[in-house]
Design a protein. Structure first.
Length: 294
């Protein structure tokens, strides 16, 4: 049985840990509100932009002329992996890394064997882990969450778009956590390039007549790059909100576990203290009986 001093030290340590986890939960809750507002406002815009591109492309032949719609035989692959810069958020980062590795092994084993699969890491945790696992990793935008903005996400998207247009990659995909609620994040794998039209058989867009100003070509070729950049920025915002939700949940569970441990330690402390008192009483009684016998 541990001594009273050891148990007291453990109680003090657990109390300190509980205060830290409570503080981290509150910080994550405050950040989550802002991050959730940002992605909630972004989703309708991104969805409507994609719908507009699909609708216009379905009515015109201009979209096929874009370098971002060219479908080629897949020889070289770029996977954009969105994680966080910090840990203490449960399995948030591990799930993205696991999903990325599984996706590459399942869909691009031949390209991986030839060294034609490259990772663009957005977030330090994923970049560092995948580097250690031997993947070819671009870390230029690994610190994106330290300066999170559309301008930074646009730079990363433009680099991937230019490389795809120049034939460096034949397909570009994004792996990230989609925010559903505080306790739930869903791993998504989305194709970023080539841009694929999402056709809906029930949609009426294909039967809509459009008046183009200034011209079909200018509108479509202007909207396509913007939609691609918005897709990446949306994935980053989804991951950012998911990270704070995951950390909030992890810190809440850590606080509960610490409180449970604290209760058990207090019971153990009281038992140890009671045992020590009983031992002292027995020693006193034993001494008294020995003196009485003499």
């Amino acid at each position: 049985m541990p001594s009273l001093k050891e148990v007291r030290n453990r109680i003090t340590s657990v109390n300190s840990t509980t205060q830290i986890t409570k503080a981290m939960k509150m910080v994550s809750a405050a950040k989550l509100r802002r991050a959730q507002d940002a992605i909630t406002q972004m989703r309708p815009y991104a969805t409507k932009l994609n719908e507009l591109i699909s609708a216009v492309s379905a009515n015109t032949e201009v979209g096929t002329a874009s370098p971002y719609t060219q479908v080629r035989s897949v020889e070289k692959v770029l996977v954009i992996v969105v994680t966080s810069d910090r840990g203490l958020c449960g399995a948030f980062n591990a799930n993205v890394v696991k999903a990325t590795v599984a996706h590459i092994n399942e869909n691009y084993p031949a390209q991986l064997a030839k060294g034609n699969v490259e990772i663009m890491a957005l977030g330090k945790k994923g970049g560092e882990t995948l580097q250690k696992r031997g993947f070819k990793t671009n870390t230029e935008f690994m610190d994106i969450f330290q300066r999170l903005s559309f301008a930074t996400a646009r730079q990363a998207a433009e680099q991937a778009m230019a490389a795809f247009a120049n034939g460096k990659y034949d397909v570009v995909e994004i792996v990230f956590n989609e925010f559903k609620n505080v306790a739930t994040q869903i791993i998504r794998v989305e194709q970023m390039l080539p841009l694929v039209e999402k056709k809906d058989d029930n949609a009426k867009a294909a039967n809509t007549d459009y008046i183009f100003e200034p011209s079909e070509e200018e509108i479509v070729l202007e909207l396509m790059p913007k939609a691609i950049k918005m897709q990446l920025f949306k994935a980053v915002l989804e991951s950012n909100a998911s990270e704070h939700g995951a950390r909030m949940t992890a810190m809440d569970k850590a606080t509960d576990n610490a409180n449970e441990l604290l209760r058990n330690l207090k019971i153990e402390y009281n038992r140890s203290r009671q045992a020590a008192i009983t031992k002292e009483i027995l020693e006193i009684v034993g001494g008294a009986e020995a003196l009485k016998g003499n």
